[in-house]
Design a protein around this ligand. Structure first.
Ligand SMILES: Nc1ncnc2c1ncn2[C@@H]1O[C@H](COP(=O)(O)OP(=O)(O)O)[C@@H](O)[C@H]1O
Ligand SMILES: [Mg+2]
Length: 296
């Protein structure tokens, strides 16, 4: 081993220790043990990924209705529990065999502003609360990205840079967070081709890579709405499951039908009611229902 190689090896070992200490600290903060099993995938991500982890702020997230850990609002945890169960069951249980890329889940809606990002983040955090599940949240609403805004981290290389081939290795756009089994691919910088990139061959290859390289992970894609965005149904062809967020008392039932009819027949589609009438300060109100192949 040359001196340079030795120095690099030493530096890498040091980085690993720092990373481990960081994780231990965060896990302590969350009052739980760090994840012990380091898989080969994790080491690929860490070694080629000396990037800044995304620091999540528990107080700020909880104040805005998001989950963070097992002490977060019980009602919100319960509201997401049944939706999450169905998704996990479809991803890994008996239903998985009939779905292509069953662990890839798109969150979409008929129109903008119905709560896709809100539901994406809470679903991801709810799944991450399960000790043995890792979840990757992808900001695929590249024209109106908001995961970085909601989770309060600086814009950085993400999906757009990867789709433009400015970044070649997917592990370079997967960021760790203060929650060890919660990873994020941010949207990246705005680009004039944005939504078109979602319908590219490179996006299809990325979906396959995520489904095959991380078959034991749930991957949640916060997507653009369906009506008026031709790329969204194309994106749906890459996924195994879809959640269509419906804003109660605002979304027209006709829009929901028109939107879901554009989605691939083979998807497992679920509707989530958001901002329900019974929503008050104390309950944000989410309901999963209508799981089936198609909504008519
Ligand atoms: N259940 C909810 N309770 C309170 N505010 C919500 C809820 N769902 C969404 N919001 C708020 O409504 C706005 C639109 O939601 P967002 O998730 O950004 O929509 P989309 O991603 O579909 O465009 C945001 O300001 C969000 O914080
Ligand atoms: Mg959004």
């Amino acid at each position: 081993m040359s001196t340079i190689e030795k120095a690099l090896a030493k530096q890498k070992a040091q980085e690993k220790i720092t990373e481990k200490n960081k994780l231990t600290e965060h896990a302590k903060a969350r009052d739980e043990q760090p994840v012990q099993h380091t898989t080969q995938k994790d080491s690929i991500e860490k070694s080629s990924n000396p990037k800044q982890a995304i620091m999540l702020n528990k107080e700020s997230l909880e104040a805005r209705g998001f989950l963070y850990d097992a002490t977060s609002r019980r009602i919100t945890q319960e509201e997401f529990r049944s939706i999450k169960r169905k998704l996990i069951n479809n991803a890994f249980g008996a239903g998985a065999k009939s779905l292509h890329h069953s662990n890839l889940i798109m969150i979409t809606s008929s129109n903008p502003n119905e709560g896709k990002t809100f539901v994406s983040i809470n679903l991801a955090l709810s799944i991450a609360l399960e000790q043995d599940k890792t979840v990757l949240l992808v900001d695929a609403d590249v024209l109106r990205p908001s995961i970085n805004r909601e989770l309060e981290f600086d814009a950085r290389n993400g999906l757009v840079e990867y789709l433009l081939s400015e970044v070649s290795d997917v592990s370079d756009i997967i960021y760790s967070t203060t929650i060890s089994n919660f990873k994020i691919i941010p949207a990246g910088k705005p680009h004039e081709l944005t939504n078109e990139l979602l319908a590219s061959d490179r996006m299809a290859a990325l979906a396959s890579e995520l489904a095959e390289r991380y078959p034991d992970r749930i991957v949640i894609f916060d997507c653009p709405p369906i009506l008026g965005v031709t790329e969204t149904p194309v994106l749906a062809n890459l996924m195994g499951q879809a959640i269509v967020v419906v804003e109660e008392s605002k979304t027209k039932i006709d829009d929901v039908k028109r939107a879901t009819n554009q989605l691939n027949e083979n998807l497992a589609i679920g509707l989530v009611m958001n901002k329900t009438l019974k929503s008050t300060k104390d309950t944000y109100g989410y309901y999963g229902y209508g799981y089936g192949k198609k909504i008519r």
